[in-house]
Design a protein around this ligand. Structure first.
Ligand code: NAD
Length: 254
């Protein structure tokens, strides 16, 4: 199946890649639903829903301030680098990520749609002040809901999409790209969170060739043309070889 996927990627003129938390586990950021995932520790509705944020903002900050250090200092892994190199060599219509860690951009990917927002900034829900998230977490001290530096309120919300919230307007670009794709590949996602998982169904409906690359099974495994199960670093290594993709350091001579 790797050969078929490599050939599809080589020949496609409109490729969409959809990524999930699995592409960042090799960077040390746990995913949600694997055995070692974050949802073993907490109830997602407490710390990742709009309701959980509103009902106990201090609890929200206590949980995420422990994770933030890991996210802020993480380096791109093999899959981030592969996708950046694939885009540089062949172009991608769009890289839709559910991740909020910014690692695709750190690896050099350009055409990224952050379907669930990012941990770059926080916005005050009272006065609209926007602030770098790092200083917000510093002020929270890991214990309490931080105060807005402008109005003093305690309703600073990180720019991530919580369960129960709308997706950002830029998600429409991902939907359009899925409708027009020749090839769509989902990588490192359990494909259980909507509406992002629905991009796979959209691409199938529109007649694209669709593939899934993931360690565990997904609800779409029987619907797509091809599934490659395994560790992402091995799979992207094999794809890199077949596509003769040079690592960006070699390409730029840096
Ligand atoms: P998920 O946890 O539901 O699924 C991750 C999938 O990746 C699993 O099916 C697992 O089998 C696979 N996987 C993990 N490591 C792998 C590896 N090394 N090789 C191959 N496969 C591997 O994640 P999801 O589908 O993205 O779930 C959705 C939510 O998780 C999103 O809303 C996203 O915002 C959030 N999330 C993001 C981050 C991040 O930004 N890095 C981290 C955790 C959760």
């Amino acid at each position: 199946m790797i050969d078929t996927l490599a050939k599809a990627l080589r020949e496609s003129r409109q490729t969409v890649v959809l990524t999930g938390a699995g592409v960042s586990t090799e960077s040390g950021i746990p995913d949600f639903r694997s055995d070692a995932g974050m949802w073993g520790e907490v109830d997602p509705m407490d710390v990742a829903s709009a309701e959980g944020y509103a009902s106990d903002t201090a609890r929200f900050y206590r949980f995420w301030s422990q994770k933030f250090g890991v996210i802020a200092t993480a380096a791109p892994g093999p899959t981030h680098r592969f996708l950046a190199d694939l885009e540089a060599a062949k172009g991608l219509s769009c890289l839709v990520t559910q991740n909020i860690d910014g690692l695709h951009q750190k690896a050099g990917s350009k055409n990224v749609v952050e379907a669930h927002g990012s941990f770059r900034t926080a916005t005050c829900l009272s006065c609209g002040e926007v602030e770098e998230i790092a200083t917000v977490f510093e002020r929270s001290g890991g214990e309490r809901a931080p105060q807005c530096r402008k109005c003093g309120g305690r309703r600073l919300k990180p720019g991530v999409v919580l369960f129960g919230e709308m997706l950002p307007a830029e998600f429409a670009l991902g939907e359009k790209a899925a409708d027009e794709a020749e090839v769509l590949v989902a990588m490192g996602s359990s494909l259980g969170v909507y509406p992002v998982a629905g991009l796979v169904a959209r691409a199938i409906r529109a007649g694209a060739r669709t593939f899934i690359v993931n360690r565990d099974g997904t609800p779409f495994d029987d619907e797509v043309e091809g599934v490659v199960h395994g560790e992402l670093k091995d799979i992207v290594g094999a794809l890199r070889q077949r596509l003769e993709l040079k690592p960006s350091r070699e390409r730029t001579g840096a």
